[in-house]
Structures are given as structure tokens and as C-alpha cells.
Design a protein around this ligand. Structure first.
Ligand SMILES: C[S@@+](CC[C@H](N)C(=O)[O-])C[C@H]1O[C@@H](n2cnc3c(N)ncnc32)[C@H](O)[C@@H]1O
Length: 362
């Protein structure tokens, strides 16, 4: 497994290593008054119990809900922005990789991501994110299609619905072409790469722009003893790969970004305007003559905004590079009680597109 892993450090939440000048919050204090000061710009430090932070956040929610009564999309966005801003003034102290309050969860990321710092402050919402991520990492996420559990690394995309994996599995089971090598663009927590390996592919070249995804798959693939078959690279799209392959698979972000994208997990959900044009241009060069280009997509963007374009259909219509070999669709269903959907995207469908070079017989 060759990789540029040695040179990459995981992305992690920002920390403050100097003293935070703020109100120390104890549960018997007047929460309403503390929250008012927090909204006005004052920092607050959670003391005594971990749950004191939850008390402050609950009060903040109450306070801001009264101020932002507008239930429209815009109104709720303003509420979320205000909540985000104020809640990031709530800090908690970490000493020797542990939260310095009672009844706090044990979060392994504090040690793994900050091995070199013994005392620091971090925002409470970031700690909540680290805690939830640690629980997924520890317990693992059972992927029935793979017959194994994955343990997603902090800040890495992992699926909570599995319909697209079933579609990919269905295609893999029918695929009878060569299996010497494949490329997995945007490896995330490694699922499609593991599916390729379990279905007999010999060498997978996997990339991601998210450092944490690369580190996570590196570690997990060693545990699964897949490391000999995977070459990882932290890079944009195909990086400097120098061979043509039998199969290229890409489960890209599904929504066009209307904001400036941040590095990391933001790019799992949203794509920049030129992503697909760049991807198809490169894919043309890396796909063997009889190779298959497999894309996983969804009608989610159209569901949210019926004016939005579909980048794969657009590619097929506008450019003379690829032709459609297969198009499968499947309704999205919640797969387990744990990941039950709470939204109302009832007509959402996942799609599997298989493209081949134009002017080549199937
Ligand atoms: C929807 S997730 C899919 C992850 C994984 N393949 C799966 O199916 O569960 C998309 C992934 O593509 C990565 N990504 C987005 N833009 C990329 C780019 N230009 N080059 C490489 N990876 C990219 C994201 O960081 C993210 O991990």
C-alpha cells in the first residue's frame, strides 16, 4: 500500500491553548443571564459537569427560538447562523486528553488528534461532534452488503442509507469483465473499494480530497487485511495516477454548492461547478478501451430544486465522450431504526449509471 500518508496530518477542530477569558458556568447559576451574555459576545466555559454544557445550549435554543420566529427557509437559516455563532462561544477544557469535568464521555479522538497538546480549550459543539464520531468509530457501522462493519474516521463521510451500495453490489455481481484494476474516486470511508475487493478486483487506486478519509481507510484496510490491494492518495480526482483501468467508480457529492466549499466533509455533500467537467475529461483518459465508468448519483438535487441540472445526463447529451451502458434506480429506504429518516424525501431515488467509451461495442 503506497501512499503519501506520512506527509498528511488529520484535520481536527481548532483549539485554544491560552487561557480563555470568559464566564465559568456552574449549574446553579442563572442560565438565562449567562446565555444573554453569550449571545452578546462573551465566552462561557463549562465547569463541573459535562451536562452543564447541554443546559446552556438548551437555554440558547430557547432564547433564539423566541427571537427568530420566522419559520421560512430564510428565517430558519438566520436562526441556525445565530445559534452556530453563539454556541461556538461555549468552551470546555481538556487536560491530558480528557474533558476536565465530571460525568464526561471518554472521547478517544482527543488523544488521537491532539497527541502533542496536554491542555487546551475547545468549543462544546465541536466536542459533541467528536463524541458522536467516536461512538460511530468505536461501535462500527454494520454494512450488510459487505458482511462487515466499518469504523469511520473523524470527519469522514459514511452512509446512513445503503440503497446505493445494493445497486453497486447488483452491478458487481453481474459484471463479467476483467478485474485487474479499478479506481475509486472519493473513497470516503472505503465502502466501494471494499466492495470491489470482495468482488474480486485485484488492485484499487483510491483517492480523496479529505485527508481524514485517506487516513481512516489506511487504518481500516490494514485491519481488514486489504492493504496490499489498495493504493491511497490524498489528491484531487485522479492525482498523478499513470495507468488505465477496467473500472472507475465515483460516488460524488450530490448537490451543487451555492457557498464557498470548505475542505473536509463539506465536499462529500456539495460539489463545485466544474467538478463533473473535470472528472469526465480525466476519466476518459484513465478508462481502458472496454472499461466501465460507474457513477452513483441521486435525484436529490431535483427534489430540492426542480431547476437544477443533472451532471451525468448533461455529460451524455453535450459531450461525445461516453455512452450510457446501464441506468438503474432504486427508492431510498431507511435501513435500520438507528438511521431512520426524519425528513420527508419520499420520492428520493438513488441511481447507478454505467458509462462506456463512445464508439466501442458493449
Ligand atoms: C458522497 S462521498 C462518497 C464516499 C464513498 N465513496 C461512499 O460511497 O461511501 C464523496 C467523497 O468524494 C470526496 N471528493 C469530493 N470531491 C473530490 C475530488 N475532487 N477528488 C477526490 N475526492 C473528492 C469527498 O471528500 C467524499 O469523501
Amino acid at each position: 500500500m503506497t501512499t503519501n500518508l506520512q506527509s498528511i496530518k488529520p484535520d481536527r477542530p481548532n483549539i485554544i491553548t491560552t487561557k480563555v477569558d470568559g464566564i465559568s458556568f456552574y449549574r446553579k447559576m442563572d442560565t438565562e443571564s449567562v446565555v444573554r451574555q453569550m449571545i452578546a459576545g462573551k465566552s462561557v466555559i463549562v465547569e463541573e459537569y459535562y451536562s452543564n454544557g447541554l443546559q446552556v445550549l438548551a437555554e440558547l435554543k430557547k432564547n433564539l427560538s423566541e427571537k427568530y420566529k420566522d419559520k421560512s427557509f430564510q428565517g430558519q437559516r438566520a436562526y441556525r447562523t445565530a445559534f452556530r455563532e453563539a454556541s461556538h462561544r461555549l468552551f470546555i477544557k481538556v487536560i491530558d486528553n480528557k474533558l476536565a469535568v465530571k460525568k464526561a464521555p471518554d472521547i478517544g479522538w482527543l488523544k488521537l488528534l491532539y497527541p502533542e497538546v496536554s491542555e487546551f480549550y475547545i468549543t462544546y459543539p465541536e466536542v459533541q461532534g467528536l463524541n458522536s464520531s467516536w461512538q460511530w468509530h468505536e461501535k462500527g457501522l454494520e454494512i450488510k452488503t459487505l458482511n462487515l462493519s466499518i469504523h469511520p474516521y473523524y470527519g469522514t463521510y459514511f452512509p446512513t442509507r445503503f440503497d446505493h451500495l445494493k445497486l453497486f453490489d447488483k452491478w458487481l455481481k453481474k459484471y463479467d469483465g476483467p478485474k485487474d484494476n479499478a479506481i475509486d474516486i472519493g473513497v470516503g470511508s472505503g465502502i466501494l473499494t471494499y466492495q470491489l475487493i470482495q468482488n474480486g478486483f485485484e488492485n484499487i487506486y483510491a483517492t480523496d480530497t479529505n485527508k481524514n478519509a485517506i487516513i481512516g481507510v489506511y487504518q481500516e484496510s490494514r485491519k481488514l487485511d486489504f492493504q496490499k490491494k489498495i493504493t491511497l492518495n490524498h489528491c484531487d480526482l485522479f492525482g498523478d495516477f499513470d495507468r488505465k483501468v477496467d473500472v472507475i467508480v465515483f460516488n460524488p457529492p450530490w448537490l451543487l454548492a451555492k457557498h464557498n466549499l470548505e475542505e473536509g466533509i463539506d465536499k462529500a455533500m456539495y460539489y463545485e461547478e466544474d467538478l463533473f467537467a473535470r472528472f469526465f475529461e480525466e476519466a476518459k483518459k484513465y478508462l481502458k478501451e472496454d472499461g466501465k465508468l460507474v457513477l452513483i448519483f441521486s435525484n436529490l438535487a431535483q427534489e430540492v430544486d426542480n431547476q437544477s441540472t443533472h451532471p451525468i445526463i448533461e455529460e451524455l447529451q453535450k459531450n461525445n465522450r461516453f455512452r450510457k451502458d446501464l441506468h438503474l434506480r432504486r427508492e431510498v429506504r431507511a435501513s435500520s431504526r438507528r438511521t431512520q429518516r426524519t425528513d420527508s424525501r419520499e420520492t428520493e431515488k438513488v441511481e447507478l449509471w454505467v458509462l462506456a467509451h463512445k464508439n466501442v461495442k458493449s
